[in-house]
Ligand binder design. Structure first.
Ligand code: ADQ
Length: 485
């Protein structure tokens, strides 16, 4: 039986799955529909050069995890992954820290993952690697003789080539990407940036088939917008205006990250109160933003900036019985999210750049179709490619943000219903199941194509098994959005 092996930097504890969000939830949901296991870091930091892997099973899910050493954690996770790749891919070259030693440790951890994973792989397994921490993994697995289909999905955006080329190891990264059978990204913007980057860094060429030739490989690249499972968000009985009939809630739910545009949001909210005194005492911005990666300097800076901004706005406009911004540092338990979304007249998701932004989709899915709230969405979130009926704004432009908030608060019911209907259709159609089915089908095909090009005894056997499998799935639709197709 074909198994799906999911590999991501961090594997969540299934017992705590109800607390998770983003990448973890979509991996968890996908594995619920496949046999296989999830491989990655267990979140522990231990001083051991020969880490043990731990196999755990719960509710039909299997995980295989290992700890990181303190040096791995510092140089691979906080360092190269989150102080180089994360800022540059989000086009924040100014925040990148190119420290000596980060990259070699990044590769070393990928080697270590490959060494622990390779013995667990069976010839018919399909391997799906997630996110920027693990670009070199396929190359390391291939060195160990793994010839299975290996796909890569990038949850974050791809920066413009000019930013990407500033990464000192950009050629090695491009080479690592080319070892995959399929590389998936969230949007057409990312697809264009990725092609541009591969062309400029390793002189990749776009083939008439829509595939990419890079170095000695050919790979498929495609656009697979990640979605949510709407069942997690429907059914709330919450009636809006839970605090008082006169006060409308505007909701923001983000990880505390400099990519999420929170200072711009707070400043725009202050400007809105300044310019629209009639809305004072009638509106509250509830912003949940639990801190992450606090030992990275840029994250400590954003936290201090937001505390100062919210304090200044509350000090300036607040009254004894009205505080304009509720700025809350903790996460909302997942089972309360839909009620919180539904209680809000406006959902405000305005990242400066974002792979997708699932919060926008969750907000839409949670609304009462008969009296829905309005979504204000950054045009630089991946979700904006699909959610065209949101109020799309430029988060860098305070006037645009203020105008959108006014429009949202004053929007007549009929327009709110019409916009929500179209948004909900997209969210329901492009859900997490479609995302994972499309990627999986495209990966099986891409893997077969590579095996046809590079036959060997072991490969021939793998091809035979894949052929048998794809006959069974003969009715599956082609899913990869080929470049140019
Ligand atoms: P993230 O950057 O984590 O994910 P996002 O898509 O917004 O961003 O997902 C966040 C998830 O965490 C959502 O499910 C949300 O409900 C939850 N969450 C966020 N803040 C929360 C809070 N304060 N309390 C409770 N839950 C909270 C990465 C990319 C994204 C991409 C996803 C999935 O950066 O662009 O959409 O992967 O591919």
């Amino acid at each position: 039986m074909t198994r799906l092996v999911m590999i991501s930097n961090r594997v969540i504890d299934f017992g705590a799955a109800s607390q998770a969000g983003g990448v973890s939830v979509v991996i968890y949901d996908t594995l619920a529909r496949h046999s296989g296991f999830w491989f990655g870091w267990n979140g522990q930091v231990e001083d051991s050069d020969v880490p043990e892997t731990t196999v755990a099973s719960e509710g039909g899910h299997t995980t295989v995890t290992m700890p990181l050493t303190p040096d791995d954690y510092n140089d691979y996770y906080l360092g190269y992954s989150n102080s180089v790749l994360w800022p540059v891919f989000h086009n924040r070259l100014d925040l990148a820290q190119f420290e000596a030693g980060y990259y070699s440790r990044y590769v070393a951890v990928n080697e270590k993952f490959a060494a622990h994973l390779a013995p667990l792989i069976e010839p018919t397994d399909i391997l799906w690697v997630h996110d920027y921490h693990l670009f070199p993994l396929a190359l390391e697995l291939r060195k160990l003789g793994i010839e299975n289909p290996i796909g890569f999905f990038l949850h974050i955006p791809v920066g413009p080539a000019q930013a990407m080329l500033a990464i000192p190891e950009h050629r090695a990264l491009a080479r690592a990407m080319s070892a995959y059978d399929l590389v998936g990204v969230q949007t057409h913007r990312d697809l264009r940036n990725l092609i541009d980057f591969l062309q400029q860094s390793v002189y990749a060429s776009l083939l008439p088939s829509g595939r990419i030739r890079a170095l000695d490989s050919e790979l498929d690249i495609g656009c697979f917008p990640v979605g949510i499972d709407r069942q997690d968000f429907i059914g709330s009985q919450i009636v809006r205006q839970i605090e008082s009939p006169e006060i409308e809630r505007v909701i923001g739910i983000d990880r505390l990250d400099y990519t999420k545009g929170l200072p711009q949001k707070f400043r725009a909210f202050g400007k809105f109160l300044e310019e629209n005194p009639e809305h004072r005492r009638r509106i509250v911005l509830s912003q949940f933003a639990p801190p992450t990666r606090e030992s990275v300097e840029a994250y400590a800076d954003i936290r201090a900036e937001l505390e100062s901004l919210s304090g200044a706005i509350n000090g300036r406009y607040g009254e004894l019985d009205w505080v304009p911004i509720n700025y809350i540092h903790r996460p909302i338990p997942r089972n309360e999210l839909r009620d919180v979304y539904r209680s809000a007249r406006v959902g405000w998701a305005t990242p400066l750049m974002d792979g997708m932004n699932l919060v926008a989709k969750e907000y839409v899915a949670s609304q009462d179709a008969a009296d829905p709230g309005v979504l204000i969405l950054s045009k630089f979130a991946g979700a904006a490619e699909q959610l065209r009926d949101a109020l799309l704004v430029n988060p860098y432009d305070p006037n645009d943000m203020v105008q959108a908030l006014r429009t949202a608060l004053e929007m007549p019911l009929a327009e709110r219903i019409a916009r929500h209907k179209k948004l909900a259709e997209v969210v329901n159609k492009s859900d997490s199941k479609k995302w994972s089915d499309d990627f999986f089908t495209a990966l099986v095909k891409a893997g077969k194509r590579r095996l046809h090009r590079q036959p060997s005894a072991r490969v021939t056997e793998a091809m035979r098994r894949l052929d048998a499998k794809s006959k069974k799935k003969a009715d599956a639709k082609p899913a990869v959005a080929h470049v140019g197709g």
